[in-house]
Design a protein around this ligand. Structure first.
Ligand code: NAP
Length: 254
C-alpha cells in the first residue's frame, strides 16, 4: 500500500512514523516554506504541486492507494486542492484534523473570523498584545494598511509582541519579534507574558497540546484572548481527529 501524506504538522510526522513502522509505503509532502523543517519517516517530497490540477497530475503520475491530508487546520487552500484532486482522480481522501481548543468556564475569549477581525477587536481589549498567529496573518496588525494606506486598526498606539517560527519577509519594524518553535511550557509562557507586560493574547484556533500552554498562562493571569476561527472544511470529507484513528482508517479491512 502506498499513501500520499500531506504534512507540515506534528500529527503528520507521528502518522508517517507509525505507517512506515507498519510496513506501509509513505510519501510525505511538505510545502517547503520552513528552512529547517523536521523531516518525517519515509519518503519526502517538497514544494507545491501547482494547484488542484497539479496535484491531480501528480496523482496520475505517482499512483497511490489513498491521500491523507494532515496539514494544519489553517492550511485551507491545500485541503481544498486535495479534495478537488482526489475527487477528479477517484483516489480516497482522509482528512486528519486535531480538535480545536475550547474555553474553560472563567476564560475571557473573543472569537474572530480572520486576522483583520482580530485586529479590529484589539484596541477594546488591551494595549500590549501578544500575537501568536504565525507570520502569514501578521500584516493585518501593521500600523498602516499596505493596500489602502489607512491607519491599521491595531496601529493606534499599541505595543505588539509577535512570535513566529521564522521571521516574515520583510521583517516588520512595528512589532517586537521573537522566533521560537513549540512545544512551549506554561512556566515559560508565564515568564514571557509578565516580562513584556502583555495584556491580551491573540491566537489561531490551532488546537493540540504543543502550543496550548499560552492559553493556560493567559488563564492564570486572567488575560483576554482573541481566538481566530478555523476556516471551514469542504463538505463531505472523511475526517478523523487523531493519529490513531488515521492509522485505523489506513489498515481497515477492505
Ligand atoms: P495553504 O495556504 O493551504 O497552501 C498554499 C499552497 O502551499 C498550496 O496551494 C500548495 O501549493 C502549497 N502547500 C501547502 N501545503 C503543502 C504540502 N503539505 N505539500 C505541498 N504543497 C503544499 O498552506 P499554508 O497555510 O501556507 O501551510 C503551508 C504548510 O505549513 C502546510 O504543510 C501546513 O501543514 C504547514 N503549517 C501551516 C500552518 C498555518 O497556520 N497555516 C501552521 C503550521 C504548519 P500548490 O497550490 O502549488 O500545490
Amino acid at each position: 500500500m502506498r499513501i500520499l501524506l500531506l504534512g507540515g504538522t506534528g500529527e503528520a510526522r507521528a502518522l508517517a512514523e507509525l505507517l512506515v513502522a507498519a510496513g506501509i509505503d509513505v510519501v510525505s509532502s511538505l510545502a517547503g516554506r520552513t528552512a529547517d523543517a523536521r523531516l518525517p519517516a519515509g519518503e519526502v517530497r517538497t514544494g507545491g504541486f501547482g494547484g488542484a490540477d497539479g496535484l491531480a497530475a501528480w496523482l496520475r503520475a505517482h499512483p497511490v492507494d489513498a491521500v491523507i491530508d494532515a496539514t494544519h487546520p489553517f492550511a485551507a487552500t491545500m485541503t481544498a486542492h486535495a479534495a478537488a484532486a482526489t475527487r477528479e482522480t477517484a483516489v480516497p481522501l482522509l482528512v486528519l484534523r486535531r480538535p480545536g481548543w475550547t474555553p474553560g468556564p472563567h476564560d475571557n475569549w473573543h472569537w474572530a473570523d480572520s486576522p483583520s477581525a482580530a485586529a479590529d477587536l484589539l484596541p477594546t481589549l488591551g494595549s500590549r498584545p501578544f500575537l501568536t498567529i504565525g507570520r502569514q496573518g501578521l500584516n493585518a496588525f501593521a500600523p498602516t494598511s499596505a493596500t489602502t494606506g489607512e491607519l491599521g486598526s491595531a496601529g493606534r498606539g499599541l505595543w505588539m509582541l509577535a512570535r513566529c517560527v521564522e521571521a516574515p519577509e520583510p521583517r516588520p519594524a512595528w512589532c517586537r519579534l521573537i522566533l521560537a518553535r513549540g512545544p512551549f511550557a506554561v512556566a515559560d509562557e508565564l515568564v514571557l507574558l509578565r516580562e513584556h507586560r502583555i495584556d491580551v493574547l491573540v491566537t489561531k484556533d490551532s488546537g493540540g497540546p504543543a502550543t496550548s500552554a499560552k492559553l493556560e498562562a493567559a488563564r492564570q493571569l486572567r488575560l483576554p484572548v482573541v481566538v481566530i476561527r478555523r476556516p471551514p472544511l469542504p463538505a463531505d470529507l472523511a475526517t478523523v481527529e487523531s493519529v490513531d484513528q488515521a492509522v485505523q482508517w489506513v489498515i481497515r479491512p477492505t
